[in-house]
Ligand binder design. Sequence first.
Ligand code: MN
Length: 237
Amino acid sequence: MHEIKQMGSAEEVTRRGFVLSAASTMTMAALGTFPGRASAAPIALAPLPYPDNALQPVISSNTLGFHYGKHHKGYVDNLNKLIAGTHYADMPLAKIVAATAGKPDRLAIFNNAAQTWNHTFYWSSLKAKGGGEPPAALKRRIEESFGSLGACKTELTNAALTQFGSGWAWLVQDGGKLKVVKTGNADTPLASGMKPLLTIDVWEHAYYLDYQNRRADYVNAVLDKLVNWQFAADNLG
Ligand code: MN
């Protein structure tokens, strides 16, 4: 596990973003355009892939309703206000993230674009009756990189628990290897040219209504009962 410290160059992010395009069950041509939209249309709030009570009792419909309907929607609304009339208005969401990463004068756009992307990715990283064993091909890759599924889950838990303040824990593909990384606030492995496979939101708004300050209980429950290994497998290059 390591923290992401360096942003890739814009050119590298673009190049790596293109390499991201093998994304499997997503029918859109490129993860770089995940989630897709028509050019110059406002960035859309992607629909939840399940009803807001689908993840109960691990994540309540109350938490999911606020998280999606207030927080995620808020990032989308702010982003659309910030990019209206700028050249970012014609870009797919992931390209806005790459184009604003590491630019202090574009921090507000980056934060709202990255949070918009991260949340859509998070919803797909979870499913009702998740957890359990990853599909065979992913499990083999996990064992090659971490030694065992248990070691991978331990690294994900440690990343989630040691992220100081708000942020995210991620399973990523970096070159040929799988890694666990953590990012602070809105930061995302997309901005560093890594390929996200799945994520866990560790902002307090993701768990405080259900777990108060017990982040470990939330993270362990997500990994045991909700994590969508099939989605991670589909994202593998
Ligand atoms: Mn969140």
